[in-house]
Design a protein around this ligand. Structure first.
Ligand SMILES: Cc1cc2nc3c(=O)[nH]c(=O)nc-3n(C[C@H](O)[C@H](O)[C@H](O)COP(=O)(O)OP(=O)(O)OC[C@H]3O[C@@H](n4cnc5c(N)ncnc54)[C@H](O)[C@@H]3O)c2cc1C
Length: 371
């Protein structure tokens, strides 16, 4: 590969900011192109770093990639802390809960899969769960404790990443890219010239390069932010994930007393309007798990667009010489950010190969890797 010194990163969500910071630290000259950095799905997200409770039989690569990136998280957060930012890494663990007999069956499948993968999970009764988290309701029948599945405050993280980028000299161009091609990023009537362009524009990446058009798609998700009011039951300590009548729901506590409740999942193109039905279902399901939320304030309703891919794995690697993709992180972009950033640095600095599970070559008609 020819020498690379100038890199343009297109998109400044958690992926673009993490990649830009890591490349800046590694000595590259980086410009980040984004009209609104730090927004997108990353601003809306729940903040779970939870590959184990997120896993499912048949998705071994998703679990392996997620677990590898989770392993990088403590050092990633500590390095961000050293630059003055606090990403709000929360290490209290995660509980996965079941309410009715179908949910109990779903959790049993997950527990067996995890045991087969050599991952320890502790099975708990409803009584044991309520001893750990007294605000859980009486309908919670059983669950799993996964202390290694963590959480992060996504908004604090984005602020910390932006500061960290500034400190390593990343330049910010507040503009929307129109297209990305080898040697440059088209912005308005001009071109940002670079040796390598990294497409990290989340659900919008598919509009920037033809190779991404049909292999990623926007997946809408609605999410709520609640706040315990004086006199109400306190928010839980751990992240709570549950199946309520087979619908997934999660509650992620924040250090400042906020409780993030998510998330719906629809294929609705680029629609980001919050629907009445989405909010109703989330609140109804969450109330089965934590009845005390009825006394909480409803602080925010929001919707974001995940970048889904056909196999639920990201696309991190070459699309053509000079153009790298770092997109398609679907439900796990916060979790995968340290792994994706490390992988992009290794490809650009050391000429490393992409991780085969994430290599876009699996979708490209040429079938071969190009750089
Ligand atoms: C409701 C919801 C809950 C979620 N919960 C979790 C969770 O708990 N844990 C987890 O790991 N993940 C979660 N996710 C997924 C996670 O949010 C995404 O995978 C992650 O945010 C993807 O980051 P990104 O940087 O690729 O994209 P985004 O955060 O969407 O950022 C894309 C950026 O590109 C910019 N952009 C767009 N078009 C252009 C253009 N033409 N030129 C330049 N810039 C452009 C945008 O302004 C934006 O800043 C959730 C997602 C949703 C929607």
């Amino acid at each position: 590969m020819k020498d690379v010194s100038r890199v343009a990163v297109v998109g400044g969500g958690v992926i673009g900011l993490s990649v830009a910071w890591a490349l800046g630290e590694a000595g590259f000259r980086v410009v980040l192109v984004d009209p609104e950095p730090g927004r997108g799905a990353s601003w809306v997200a729940g903040g779970m770093l939870a590959p184990v409770t997120e896993s499912w039989p048949g998705e071994d690569d998703v679990l392996a990639l997620g677990a590898a990136s989770l392993g990088l998280w403590p050092a990633f957060a500590e390095r961000l802390g050293q630059t003055g930012g606090d990403p709000g890494l929360r290490t209290h663990g995660t509980l996965a809960l079941a309410l009715d007999s179908a949910d109990v069956g779903t959790l049993a499948v997950l527990a067996e899969y995890l045991s087969a993968q050599g991952r320890e999970v502790e099975r708990l009764t409803g009584r044991e769960l309520r001893a750990l988290e007294p605000s859980l309701g009486p309908r919670v029948r059983s669950g799993l404790s996964v202390p290694g599945d963590l959480a992060v405050d996504n908004r604090s993280l984005l602020i910390a990443l932006r500061d960290a980028c500034d400190r390593v000299g990343v330049g910010f161009l507040p503009a929307a890219a129109k297209a990305v091609r080898p040697g440059g990023v088209e912005v308005g009537d001009s071109t940002v010239e670079c040796d390598v362009a990294v497409i990290a524009a989340g659900a919008w990446s598919r509009t920037l390069h033809p190779a991404l058009e049909t292999v990623t798609r926007p997946v809408k998700g609605e999410i709520l932010r609640l706040r315990a009011r004086p006199g109400a039951l306190p928010i839980p300590t751990r992240t709570i994930r549950a199946h309520v009548e087979s619908r997934p729901v999660y509650l992620v506590p924040r250090a400042d007393g906020e409780l993030v409740l998510g998330a719906t999942q629809y294929e609705a193109g680029y629609d980001t309007e919050v629907t009445v039905g989405g909010v109703r279902d989330l609140l109804a399901d969450a109330e089965q798990v934590l009845p005390g939320i009825a006394e909480y304030a409803l602080a925010e309703c929001a919707a974001g667009l995940r970048a889904g891919s056909r196999d639920n794995l990201p696309l991190v690697g070459w699309l053509e010489p000079g153009v790298l993709a770092a997109t398609g992180h679907h439900r796990n972009g916060l979790l995968l950010a340290p792994g994706t950033a490390a992988s992009v640095v290794a490809m650009l600095r050391d000429g490393a190969e992409p991780d085969p599970a994430a290599d876009p070559a699996r979708f490209l008609s040429t079938g071969g890797r190009t750089r």
